[in-house]
Design a protein around this ligand. Structure first.
Ligand code: ZN
Length: 174
């Protein structure tokens, strides 16, 4: 599999109806850093540039990824499967979005180049859940949602890292 380029000249790709099947390293998608348990792995990407019967420049394709998310019940990583498709109409100005067929999402090009990585980041972020849990009954997931132990554990960590605990001790002494 080839590496997907970070930037592509939209007009050139559309004129030649180019197709890309490849991958992007998760570590290159920096906007996902805070959302994932780790930045290792690859995102499988398919990009198809074309012009439809109405001469609309289009970019359609799919994104597959298996990032690890932190389970909010047990705080351990869990694999989350993403398989999403997109269909963009590449437009030069906002007014062009008004008469597009409904199957397309408008993608406004502010520069001749498409930042492909940003587009992939955006699609992945949309596909991620706001809060993630292991599947019900998962053997790795030991805590229950309403379990008090979950809160205790959190409190314990907070205590260890509390920068004010020293101040409190000083206050007690004075
Ligand atoms: Zn869990």
């Amino acid at each position: 599999m080839q590496k997907i380029p970070q930037r592509l000249d939209a007009a050139k790709q559309v004129a030649a109806a180019l197709r890309y099947d490849g991958y992007v390293d998760l570590s290159r998608l920096s906007r996902l850093d805070d959302l994932l348990a780790e930045q290792q792995g690859e995102v499988k990407v398919s990009l198809n540039f074309d012009q439809d019967e109405q001469n609309i420049a289009v970019l359609w394709g799919s994104i597959e990824a298996e990032p690890k998310l932190i389970c909010q019940r047990c705080h351990k990583p869990d694999v989350f499967f993403i398989n999403t498709t997109f269909s963009f109409a590449l437009i030069q100005k906002e007014e062009d979005a008004e008469h597009l067929p409904e199957i397309y999402e408008p993608l406004l090009l502010s520069t001749p180049e498409i930042n492909v990585f940003e587009l992939i980041e955006e699609e992945l972020i949309l596909a991620l859940p706001i809060v993630h849990f292991h599947a019900e009954g998962h053997p790795d997931c030991s805590e229950s949602i309403e379990g008090a132990s979950f809160r205790d554990k959190d409190a314990g960590t907070a205590e260890k890292q509390n920068p004010f605990s020293v101040l409190e001790t000083l206050k007690l002494k004075s």
